[in-house]
Design a protein around this ligand. Sequence first.
Ligand code: 1HN
Length: 344
Amino acid sequence: MEQLATLDDLPKNYVNQLTESNLVPLWPSLRNVLPPQKPVPATIETAWYFKDIKPLLLEAGELTPIEKAERRVLVLANPGHGLENMRASAVMYLGMQLLLPNEWAPSHRHTPNAVRLIVEGEGAYTTVEGQKCVMEHGDLILTPSGLWHEHGHDGDQPVIWLDVLDLPLVYYMEASYVQGGDVQEVTSVGHAHRYGVGIAPTTDFVREKNAYPIMRYSWKETKKVLQAIAQDPTQKGPILVSYINPETGQDCQNIIGYSALMLKPKQTVQLQARSTAQIFHVIEGHVHLQINAKTFDLDKADTACAPCFAHIDLINNTDQETFIFIADESPLQKKLGLYSVRPR
Ligand code: 1HN
């Protein structure tokens, strides 16, 4: 492609006249906004290790009372986007949140969608629109856009979870805001127990119409399914499940997609290059992760992020099963017609 003229190729006087009228010439910036063949992501391959995060998060528990934090979170920020912008990728926000015994993170609702992936500790719960969801290790709990949610803790040890939000996108769209509310009345239990083995709750032969039929996806159940798939001799390719809305078969949320991958002992999985950035978080086990030219050794509770069109190899060189939670921007990209896959 032809090299284009730069701003320096124009007379200063002309450029000043443009600026005074709020005008900008396109051609000096055209190759930046439209790079050839593939995007040039700001997202850098980055890993965040739980052994670094946990002591700092517990210290935050001593330094800042929950009343002064509302949500006590250390943000996993991608240096490629500038740490202060609190982005893991262009669309995804990641944070590690701490709730101590007897603490309460008050009810609010906001436009960004959130999920929690429980990392450590027992006894905490999230109430989402009246549905009380207990938090157990590896569970995925949705707090979709516009739904009230609050966190409480009846246990006796710190509880830590990973928050994933589409905040960077919603903020960029100037669509991000929050409303505070009162303590919610608990009206039901937020669990997938009403769905399973191809059945769905039905009243008078009419299927329930609920935009978010499952609020809590149990890790115990998800792990059983992955292990069953691993035993299936006809299974080809990676052992992978998607978190879906069982009423529609679509992704469980509108913007960010969630899945869980199992690596058998000594298994290597090579992912196709995809148009979406991706987050990897180890639920159980260990993975040697190669993203483009970088390598990371991730243990339980560690998290990493990969830019779009990355070459990604997940290598389990241990004798144990490994389970990895994955978040990506594919629901958004598919809705916008921007999603693509390139064979390696
Ligand atoms: C939020 O509402 C929570 O409810 C956690 O736990 C992290 C980060 C940015 C904006 C809202 C929560 C958040 C958040």
